[in-house]
Ligand binder design. Structure first.
Ligand code: ADP
Length: 460
């Protein structure tokens, strides 16, 4: 275990590099193991902002809660994981401790034995001794039809009672980013401003010209080009809540649950209006129905369309639906009808000046020497935002090691970024553009791909 000086160095390192997830997680675990529970809780929370679905971070946070007797908070943190089959056994044991703390000995025992039967090394004899209920399968009384609670991946009795309350897995964020945090992409930002923000900010103007607010925007472009970043910034720009829906939040192995998750997600956004509801990888959800063999998946698409349309005109008022895809050509045309994703916005790979601007943003909270970001931009042709973020993270790792050895923060230099660039390669933007070319070159009668065309025709 670290001594206090080591812990202090780790805290300092985390302060200098607030976005370094492995570092924050390590610090949080050290704090937990030394019993600094409130500090550990704060660090795990910070780490969770960086990686909202990380099971280790969630388990760490839950442990910090349990050890502070915040049993309800622990259960809330664990709940999304416990509802999925195959959740980490450590979480089951933590849930058992929290349930016991809440006086629910039966459920605690059930959780405990289920977890330990999957991973005996998670056993906690002291806890087991307090769970004085006979081991399974004597409890709980088998439901009808009698499916053994431990063998099948049936989620535990949900705390909610109606479909509308069912958890969707998605969470509400208060977006802190604004368009100022999105480098380059001036044309894209301007078009989002007109399409999304102005109708909300100045509805009279739009009404005067007979333009209707609403309708969703589909962002498309190569992976890592900043679609999610942009959507989050649009929410911040508007002062709206942000709900980020990943495919895993919706798709569910239980037939019927996906539709319920989808409805719950839209309801969550409606309860938090104004809200930007963002669907990542939407092509998987909105694929052409003719491509789908399974009736169940078609049903999900129909449900998605129904939610987009809303039961009445005001159902989705104040809810801006944004979606992102790397494969827009797979999207069912039904989704592009008026009122649905009727606006397509291309999020391009960054050019050199945009790359320099992205690097500037990515480095702005770090200790820096005088930097020549343009020089780094010149050697990072074909890098997208996510690649540049990887490059900066790599350079920061190296600098951090040096700073820890030196016992003081050493500012990052242009050379550090150039060295990191040598060790990284861009992801597949060129391949993406080649694929895009195949799909859209002869299929642009409607003008849907106008934004993309100059890129397709250029020599990328
Ligand atoms: P996508 O959703 O298109 O796959 P992301 O939005 O996840 O890409 O981008 C990955 C990361 O790259 C973001 O979290 C952000 O840090 C960085 N990034 C991408 N584009 C930009 C940009 N224009 N300005 C600043 N950072 C960016």
């Amino acid at each position: 275990m670290l001594d206090d000086a080591g812990l202090q160095a780790l805290r300092e390192a985390a302060r200098l590099s607030p976005d370094n997830l492995p570092l924050r997680r390590h610090l949080a675990e050290q704090l937990l193991s030394k019993g600094y529970l409130a500090d550990a809780e704060a660090e795990f929370r910070a780490a969770l902002l960086l990686a909202p679905k990380d099971p280790d971070v969630t388990a760490g946070l839950a442990e910090a809660f349990v050890r502070q007797s915040a049993h309800g908070a622990a259960l809330s943190a664990l709940e999304p994981f416990l509802a999925t089959p195959g959740y980490p056994p450590r979480m089951g044991v933590l849930a058992a401790r929290a349930l016991l703390g809440e006086g629910e000995t039966g459920r605690a025992a059930q959780r405990y034995h289920e977890a330990v039967s999957r991973d005996p090394s998670a056993a906690d004899p002291e806890l087991a001794a307090r769970l004085t209920v006979p081991p399974p399968p004597a409890y709980p009384p088998p439901p009808a039809p009698p499916t053994p609670a431990y063998a099948t991946p049936v989620p535990p009795t949900p705390a909610y009672t109606t479909q509308a309350d069912a958890p969707s897995g998605a969470e509400v964020e208060k977006a802190k980013l604004t368009f100022a945090d999105v480098a380059g992409m001036e044309a894209v930002k301007e078009s989002l401003r007109v399409k999304l923000l102005l109708p909300i900010q100045q509805p009279e103007l739009f009404a005067a010209y007979g333009k209707r607010a609403g309708g969703g925007v589909l962002l498309y472009g190569p992976p890592g080009a900043g679609k999610t970043h942009l959507a989050r910034a649009a929410a911040g720009e508007l002062g709206a809540a942000f709900v980020n829906v990943g495919l895993a939040d919706i798709l569910d192995m239980y037939v019927g649950s996906s539709e319920r998750n989808l409805r719950a997600t839209f309801d969550l956004a409606r309860r938090n209006r104004p809200c930007v509801l963002f669907f990542d990888e939407v092509d998987a959800l909105a694929a052409r129905r003719s491509d789908m063999r399974q009736a169940h998946t078609r049903q999900l698409v129909n449900q998605f369309l129904a939610e987009l349309d809303g039961v009445d005109q005001s159902a989705n008022e104040g809810v801006l639906v944004l979606a992102a895809t790397n494969a827009p050509w797979y999207i069912d045309v039904a989704f592009r009808r008026p009122g649905r994703f009727d606006q397509l916005v291309f999020v391009p790979p960054p050019d050199a000046s945009a790359r320099a601007a992205i690097l500037r943003i990515l480095c702005r909270d770090k200790p820096l020497a005088e930097m020549d970001f343009d020089a780094v931009a010149r050697v990072t042709d074909h890098y997208v935002g996510a690649d540049l973020k990887g490059l900066v993270d790599r350079a920061v790792e190296v600098k951090l090691q040096q700073s820890i050895s030196a016992g003081r923060p050493i500012p990052m230099t242009t050379g550090d970024l150039l060295a990191a660039a040598q060790g990284t390669r861009p992801t597949a933007v060129r391949e993406w553009l080649a694929t895009a070319r195949n799909y859209v070159l002869h299929a642009n009668e409607s003008g849907a791909w106008d934004d993309l065309m100059p890129w397709i025709r250029s020599k990328w």
